[in-house]
Design a protein around this ligand. Structure first.
Ligand SMILES: [Zn+2]
Length: 90
């Protein structure tokens, strides 16, 4: 969802909910570049661990748990290498 841009060129991100300048947003996206990149790297991680389908189902059932896991992964750079994210959901 692309949100309203105010007269100073600011808009709210759908991901982190922070207000940022529109130049910091991905084109045609409601998310800022940081959130966009985080989403993409989490998606790549799911793909590399062959658990995309698993997470699609988990996201439908437990969206908050998946969101929390994603936040943890983003906050901790070593997380990617050390853990199987699928195991973190069970
Ligand atoms: Zn954001």
């Amino acid at each position: 969802m692309v949100r309203h841009v105010d007269d100073k060129g600011m808009k709210n991100c759908d991901g982190c909910t922070e207000q940022k300048h529109k130049s910091l947003f991905q084109k045609y996206s409601g998310k800022c570049t940081d959130c966009y990149n985080n989403d993409r790297s989490f998606s790549n991680l799911k793909a590399s661990q062959n658990c995309v389908d698993f997470f699609n189902e988990e996201e439908a059932k437990h969206p908050k748990r998946v969101e929390a896991l994603k936040k943890k992964y983003i906050a901790d750079a070593t997380f990617e290498i050390q853990v199987k994210i699928r195991d973190k959901m069970t």
